[in-house]
Design a protein around this ligand. Structure first.
Ligand code: C5P
Length: 273
């Protein structure tokens, strides 16, 4: 991070407070959540008695890393807007500014929409999925500390436990046996599952998204995280440790696990690393 220093919230970790960039969190919550099967946007689905979005917002605010939180919501969703407006009244003096925008057709569109509403003076941005509602504060701090230490891009990652293979659709001839055939096996020790919040120098992320402006529909659909766009610029993306509690709530099974994390024998007190 080359820009000059301004403190943004409480001090965490080893990074020198003098070099901490002004950080905003972009919280993308505009997805439809169809895979969860609740017939409502995922951000509104109840988890431990509160909508998923509320857990995500509380986690961000508790981490103290951001001076602004900009939430991308499904267009026209009055219930989620109201929820955020109510949450705003809970924020104490010195807490982050809470800004709401309409999301777009793709996740990247929602990120761009939120970036356009960031306060001037913002130097770095943490892009976070609302679906990762239980991300522990420690992960926010690791990402923010890497930015303060000079990273232009940083992502939280976890080792991959499954063996991962690439496949192709089978030809007509083999389709009666199985729909796909294996074409390769990636070396597992070099694979990482990627989480959010992903942290970026703001100017670098804006440039990366400008590069994606001319993408056709297929290319745009293939962009599943922001770090991919940074990689296309040739800028190094640093990786810090994520957390298993930071699971992306996508399927009904994920929701059961998330409920278990909140209410199970270890409960919310269990924080890994
Ligand atoms: O669809 P996917 O699981 O990749 O969504 C990841 C995150 O991006 C979710 O928090 C979802 O709400 C958000 N999203 C969004 N706008 C979209 C699609 C997804 O904000 N158009």
């Amino acid at each position: 991070m080359s820009s000059s220093a301004t403190s943004a919230g409480p001090e965490h970790g080893a990074a020198d407070v003098e070099s901490k960039p002004v950080i905003a969190v972009v919280l993308v919550a505009a997805g439809s959540g169809q895979r969860l099967g609740y017939g409502m946007p995922k951000a509104r689905v109840p988890l431990g008695g509160e909508p998923i979005l509320m857990h995500a917002l509380r986690g961000i605010v508790a981490s103290g890393v951001a001076t602004q939180v900009c939430v991308a919501l499904p267009e026209g969703d009055g219930a989620l807007r109201q929820l955020c407006d109510d949450f705003r009244t809970e924020l104490v003096d010195g807490g982050p500014l809470l800004t709401l925008v309409d999301g777009g057709a793709t996740r990247a569109d929602s990120v761009r929409s939120a970036m356009s509403a960031l306060e001037s003076g913002t130097q770095a941005v943490l892009v976070h999925d609302a679906a990762r509602a239980l991300t522990p504060e420690s992960v926010f701090h690791r990402v923010a500390d890497a930015l303060a230490a000079g990273a232009l891009a940083v992502i939280p990652v976890m080792p991959v436990v499954d063996t991962v293979k690439t496949v192709e659709a089978t030809t007509d001839e083999d389709a009666r046996i199985a729909p796909e055939v294996v074409v390769g096996t990636a070396p597992r020790e070099n694979l990482r599952a990627v989480q959010t919040p992903q942290g970026f120098d703001l100017a670098t992320l804006l440039k990366a998204h400008e590069g994606a402006a001319g993408f056709d529909a297929a290319q745009a659909a293939a962009i599943t995280d922001d770090a991919m766009l940074i990689e296309m610029l040739g800028v190094p993306v640093h990786a810090v440790r994520g957390a298993s509690q930071s699971l992306k709530i996508t399927t009904p099974l994920d929701l059961i696990i998330a409920e278990g994390l909140l209410e199970g024998p270890l409960g919310a007190r269990w924080v890994e690393g």
